[in-house]
Design a protein around this ligand. Sequence first.
Ligand code: NAP
Length: 328
Amino acid sequence: MTKRIVAYRRIKPHHLEALRRDFHVDHFAELDSADDPAFRQAMAEAHGLIGAGIGVTPALLDASPQLEAIATISVGYDNYPVEELTRRGILLCNTPDVLTETTADTGFLLIMAAARRAIELAELVKRGDWQASIDERHFGCDVHGKTLGMIGFGRIGAAVARRGALGFGMQVLYANASPKPALEAEFGAQRRELDELLAESDFVCVTVPLTAETEHLIGAHEFSQMKPSAIFVNIARGKVVDESALIAALEKGQIRAAGLDVFEQEPLSPESPLPHMTNVVALPHIGSATHETRDAMAQRAVDNITLALKGEHPVSLVNEAAWAKRRG
Ligand code: NAP
């Protein structure tokens, strides 16, 4: 029997072709929601699901009785009920490592753009308002030699910090669930309690995953601990930050600026004041969005689902506990 895969959203023809060599593939290129009737119908027979950005609920799992494995084209898996998947013996695979450096580039882009006011001043040029030499009203602040505080010091956090320490001579502080002695030795990073890191850092950059523990990890109290000159950067997930507290901190000058790739609601609501604030650089969740990296992520997801449906251990398995009781 040929196993069936449901693929959704933008997956390139060569990846679909690779999957079709071994499996029957139903592709939903423009899927808006998991409630789409044709998608639901395909899921009733599917052994595998590959894509990114659709929340998987227990109701969808109930409607997918043959599902053996899910390959998300992302490293974050906050959209998936991991315990429920494990309970049912469904493998969940993600795409770590291949997006680390690109996402760290995005983090540094936001650090630089917010510090040097690059977007605001480029807009000034575009509007034709560059009519005299700029003066201190337009000056930014230095990045090199400053203190970079990383909240979350895993793959992406370390890659951002490495850029700061080795490229920009920054001192790196980190707050993380576990100590990272190898990174301390590599570029002199120092571990701090969260409040200490917030008080000491010139740049605060968040790279923790979104979990029940990290939801609204950064709120009014945390912004009140930061320097008024601090620049806050979030490349993790919007819900790690209490966005109304961030807006309040920016409005009252409790912090200098923010660089944001992720938001509590995505796409950003038209009512949000954030894109209109001159001290905010807002990007549309582009952390890993380069041709090369998105291709590598899709390839990793294809490898994961192919291995899983052939009964072999996937390259990147999130719920290792599901392996022993996997379906199929
Ligand atoms: P990772 O290697 O697992 O790193 C996450 C780090 O956060 C780990 O070091 C972990 O500590 C730490 N951590 C977890 N919970 C914590 C807590 N409650 N308090 C303090 N530290 C905690 O993951 P990654 O590959 O760097 O990715 C991180 C996140 O970035 C992803 O989950 C995703 O949400 C986000 N992301 C965003 C984009 C984007 O487009 N903007 C792209 C890629 C990823 P331990 O080391 O002790 O486990």
